[in-house]
Design a protein around this ligand. Structure first.
Ligand SMILES: NC(=O)c1ccc[n+]([C@@H]2O[C@H](COP(=O)([O-])OP(=O)(O)OC[C@H]3O[C@@H](n4cnc5c(N)ncnc54)[C@H](OP(=O)(O)O)[C@@H]3O)[C@@H](O)[C@H]2O)c1
Length: 269
């Protein structure tokens, strides 16, 4: 039986993807740490859409868990034809004011788990000559992120990795797509402690809109999708900025802590 596996399905974009995909008739494997939220979702989806839903409660930031998840699917003969690497989080604030353990944990989830799951499930998709992978990046990937340095860099990895893989896989029947959300109304802002960040004050998108854009792009086998015209302008602006210093100054403003006094645009010294 074929399944779509969604990491981070207990809330936000992953939760909305689960609803959209169940409505379209996909059987689902839902993965996250909060078991009660996943079980509630399973009950709702099975009842509403007559699909099969498997729940795996797992902390994907722990080394070895991607392999354990793959093994779980193999043991239960769950064929994964869609893999959605959505689980991820950020940590807002100056780099040296947070803990190294948080960065290690974040990189393990945002980068390592995503890469390992892609490698593990891709092999069988290639043998079957069919499959879809959706990796959730961020508009933070387009430029360095002052006050968000590690998170932005982790999403730059997701972007570069996904787009390169998309090119490598052309002609194999497997397509890899990048979903690039900007600020979206989910649990993300509170987990990242970033409610004071200037970029969270306006232009926040609904998780359902973002999830739908990602689902459509994945099913069409597109290279990438950036939901929302404001996010598309941001992407274009980052690409066409005449200097890295100017890009950094503008991003520093966009990501500034609104509790701190505003700095004037600084010249590179
Ligand atoms: N919201 C935004 O503004 C925004 C913008 C750009 C990109 N994104 C990206 O969108 C993706 C989804 O985030 P979201 O906005 O929907 O935030 P969210 O509501 O906080 O959802 C994150 C999901 O990831 C799961 N998760 C977190 N840590 C995990 C772990 N260690 N192991 C397994 N699952 C874990 C969470 O479930 P549990 O807590 O139950 O484990 C939750 O289901 C992330 O990759 C994020 O970087 C979000």
């Amino acid at each position: 039986m074929e399944y779509a596996l969604i990491t981070g399905a207990s809330s936000g974009i992953g939760f909305e993807l689960a609803n959209i995909m169940a409505e379209k008739g996909h059987n689902l494997i839902l993965v996250a740490r909060r078991e009660a939220a996943l079980l509630d979702l399973k009950t709702h989806l099975e009842k509403s859409y007559q699909v099969m839903v498997d729940v795996v409660t797992m902390d994907l930031s722990k080394p070895g868990q991607a392999q354990a998840l793959y093994q779980h699917c193999a043991n239960h003969q769950l064929t994964v034809n869609c893999l959605i690497n959505n689980a991820g989080y950020g940590d807002y604030g100056k780099f040296d004011l947070s803990k190294l353990e948080i960065y290690q944990n974040m990189l393990q989830l945002n980068i390592m788990a995503l890469t390992e799951l892609t490698a593990l499930f891709l092999d069988e998709m290639k043998k079957r000559k069919s499959g879809r992978i959706l990796n959730v990046g961020s508009t933070a990937a387009f430029q360095p992120g002052p006050n968000f340095a590690v998170y932005a860099a982790s999403k730059a990895y997701v972007m570069q990795f996904t787009e390169a893989l998309n090119f490598e896989l052309r002609g194999t029947g497997v397509r890899v797509t990048l979903l690039t959300p900007g600020v979206t109304k989910t649990g993300f802002v509170s987990r990242a402690n970033m409610s004071a960040a200037a970029n969270t004050k306006s232009g926040v998108m609904a998780a359902k809109t973002v999830a739908l854009a990602g689902y459509k792009a994945m099913m069409e086998g597109k290279l990438n999708t950036i939901p929302g015209w404001k996010n598309q302008i941001l992407a274009l602006g980052s690409k066409t900025m005449p200097s890295r210093e100017l890009l950094l100054q503008i991003t520093g403003r966009i990501l500034r802590d609104t509790r701190e006094p505003q700095k004037k645009l600084e010249n590179a010294a």
